[in-house]
Design a protein around this ligand. Structure first.
Ligand code: BTN
Length: 248
């Protein structure tokens, strides 16, 4: 895959711009980066707070040749790529299903994959937000989020430094995902990097229910298996997973 990076000072959302480019016929590998977003978005319609130079706000256009049932693995593939990007700069990240990258149990990165039909076929836009500094975190994020600056003894400055490894790892894990045996390989790579894969006590907030249980691996499409207190398994396709800390 060839990468081209379009840079903007300010956008509403890099995902929106990447989607626009995909509809105009952009090839896969087109990346959009902005110094700030005025309407950055996260999963479940949430806002992704995106002040100027406080994060890497990045989106990439993909046109995957992948069976439809495996499209959900694109988010996991991106999580593996971000994990290795952050490891390369000395952090010890964890991946919380499905798309949160944590450092010391706090969220440092979120990933939002959006799918759309375009004149050149199906496009998947993978949006990645990595916190560079915590300086401007709103109060409600201070407890649960972290940044590269907070986790290292140096700040890495606006986005440039992270883009090269991020694009490199995205390229190599995307090539794996779209190859023969790719889906199974990505699941294994995800498992190696996530303490949430199995044996973690969690609460999962679903659209109309909340369940509690123990993680028990992933399904072939990346859905999370939860072992319930009655011994049965619930398969979670979407929802927010929170670790449950046992009372001391
Ligand atoms: C989440 O954890 O809820 C996903 C957050 C994804 C944020 C990124 S920032 C770059 C891209 N543009 C957006 O509007 N969202 C994604």
């Amino acid at each position: 895959m060839n990468f081209t990076i379009l840079r903007f000072d300010s956008l509403d959302s890099t995902n929106t711009e990447a989607l626009k480019q995909a509809k105009l016929g952009a090839d896969e590998g087109l990346c959009v980066v902005a110094r700030q977003q005025t309407a950055g978005r996260g999963r479940h319609g949430r806002t992704w707070v995106s002040p100027k130079d406080a994060g890497l706000y990045f989106s990439i256009v993909l046109r995957p040749q992948l069976e439809a049932k495996y499209l959900t693995l694109i988010t996991l593939m991106a999580g593996v790529a971000v994990h290795d990007t952050l490891s390369e700069i000395g952090l010890e990240p964890d991946i919380k299903w499905v798309n949160d990258i944590l450092v010391n149990d706090k969220k440092i990165c979120g990933i939002l994959a959006e799918t759309s039909e375009t004149p050149k076929g199906l496009a998947v836009i993978v949006g990645i937000g990595i916190n560079l500094t915590s300086a401007n975190f709103p109060d409600e994020l201070a407890e649960t989020a972290t940044s590269i600056e907070a986790e290292t003894d140096h700040s890495i400055g606006p986005s440039g430094t992270l883009e090269e490894p991020l694009v490199r790892f995205l390229g190599s894990f995307y090539t794996i995902l779209t190859s023969e045996q790719g889906p199974a390989t990505i699941l294994k790579e995800w498992q190696r990097r996530s303490t949430y894969f199995s044996g973690k006590n969690v609460q999962v907030r679903l659209a109309d229910d909340t369940i509690t249980g123990v993680t028990d691996g992933l399904e072939p499409n990346g859905a999370l298996r939860i072992r319930m207190p009655d011994g049965g398994v619930t398969i979670v396709q979407g929802g927010d997973v929170e670790r449950l800390r046992t009372a001391k």
